[in-house]
Design a protein around this ligand. Sequence first.
Ligand code: NAD
Length: 484
Amino acid sequence: MVSRVIPVDPFDLVIFGGTGDLAQRKILPALFRRYCAGQWSADARIIAAARGELDVNAFREMVSVSLNRHVPKRAKDLKALNGFLANVDYVALDALSDSGWSELAGKLREDRIRAFYFSVGPRLFGPLAERINASGLANTETRIVVEKPFGHDLQSAQALNATLAAHFSESQIYRIDHYLGKETVQNLMAVRFGNMLFEPLWNSQYVDHIQITVAETVGIDGREEYYERAGAMRDMVQNHLMQLLCLIAMEPPAKFDPNAVRDEKLKVIRALDPVEPHHIVRGQFAAGPDGPGYREVVGNPRSTTESYVALRAHISNWRWAGTPFYLRTGKRLVARSSVINVLFKDAPHSIFGEEAGRHANALSIRLQPNEGITLKVTIKEPGQGGMRLVDVPLDMSFAEALGPENQDPPDAYERLVMDVIRGNQTLFMRGDEVEAAWAWTDPVIAGWQARGDVPKPYDSGSTGPGDAELLMKRDGRRWQGIKP
Ligand code: NAD
C-alpha cells in the first residue's frame, strides 16, 4: 500500500541550533526523507542558524555526514543528496546579540511560508522570539516551532507562554512533543474513532484498567546536567505519558481539527485527580555489572532525582470514574518498549464453569519498537475433552499488514515538520494544555521535596523497583511484561 504524497507550499525554514545534536540527528534527516519522498516544492529552502563561524560548504559537509549516519539505508536516496544540499544554507548568528540577524534577514524571501524552528536550549526560546520580531522577520504567516522542555514548572511555563504570546498568536506557535508525531500514536486515534468495535467498550463499565509503559534501556549520558534538574516526572510524565493518557482517555472530538482535538485533551488533564503519595513510586538506577549507577553518572552521591516513576492516576469524569490508569517510565530498564495496554473486565458470568478459569480481553498498542496492535481473545483449547479455555493473540504488526514499503514508517519529526509547513496544529500542544499538565505535575514534585523523599534503587536491566510491583499487587493487578 503506497500513500500519495501531496507537496507542501514553498517555504523558508530557519533552524536555530542547526549544528546541534537534535537538528543533525532528527530534523535534517526528517527533512531529507520528505525531500526524497517528493513532498517539497521545488524552491523550498532550509537555513541553519547557529553559533559558530562555518561557511556554507562546511555546513553542507556536516549535514551530508549526518544524513549518511542517521537515515536508514532502505530510505536513503543518495542521488537526491546533492539536490537537497543545494537547498541548505547557513548563517552564523547569536540569539543573544545583533550578530548575524541582518544576514539572516537578507536570505529570507517574500511570498512563501516562513517557519523558525527553535532547536536550541530553552533559555534562548524567549530571546529568539523577541529578536525575530525586533529584526522584522515575522509576519502573520510566520510559524515558530518550540522544542521541549516547555518550562520547568507551571510558573516558568506560564512565563514562557506569556513571552511567546507577546510576539506571536497561539495559531503561530507549534510546541513539539515528538510522541504525537509517531505513526502509532496517531493510529491510536484511528483505532478508537475509525472503528465501531472499540468505542462502545471504551469506558469504566468494560475496562478494568489501563497501563501506559515507556521503558528505555538508555541512561542519561550526555544530558546529566539537564536530567539532574528534571527527573523522569518532568522529562517524560508531564509531556509524553500525559499526551498518551489524553489520547487514550479523551472523548471523541467532533472533528479531526486542531482545536477540537486539543479541547478534548485539555478536559482529560483537568479531570485528573491529584496523585496520592502512596500511589506513586520513584526509582533511581543503581550501579551494576553493566555500568555505573545514576549518582555516579551525574557526579552527585546524594542525588534524589528519579530516573523511574510509576503511578496510579484517576480521571474523575463519567467515562472513567473507577478505572485506574497506571503509568510508568524509566531509564536503564530491561528493554526499550513503549506500549499501552487496555485490560478489559472479566465476562460477567462464565457458562463454562470453574474449570474454564477466568479470562479477560486485552488490547495492546505497541508504539515502539515493532509498531502494531495485539488483541487477546479467548478460545477453546484445542483437543481437550472438556471446555478448557485459552487466550490467544490476534496480532497485527503494521509493517507486515501494510506491506514492505511501510517497513520504515516516517519518523515522528517528518510528520511534525511537514505539519508546521501545512499549518496544521493538531499534533502540537496548546499553551493551556501544557500549563494544565504542569498544574497536575507540580504538587507531586513539591510533595517529594516537602517529605524529603528518596527514590528507591533498582538494578539496571530490571523492570524497575520492587515497590512498583507492590503498587499493582495491592490492587490485585500486575504489570504486563516489558518486552522488546
Ligand atoms: P545542542 O547543545 O547539541 O545544540 C545547541 C545548538 O544551539 C547548537 O547549534 C548551538 O550552536 C546553538 N546555540 C547555542 N547558543 C546559541 C546562541 N546564543 N545563539 C545561536 N545559537 C546558539 O542541543 P540539542 O541536543 O540539539 O538540543 C536543542 C533543543 O532540543 C534543546 O531545547 C533540547 O532540550 C531539545 N531536545 C533535544 C533532543 C535531543 O535528542 N538532542 C530531544 C528532545 C528535545
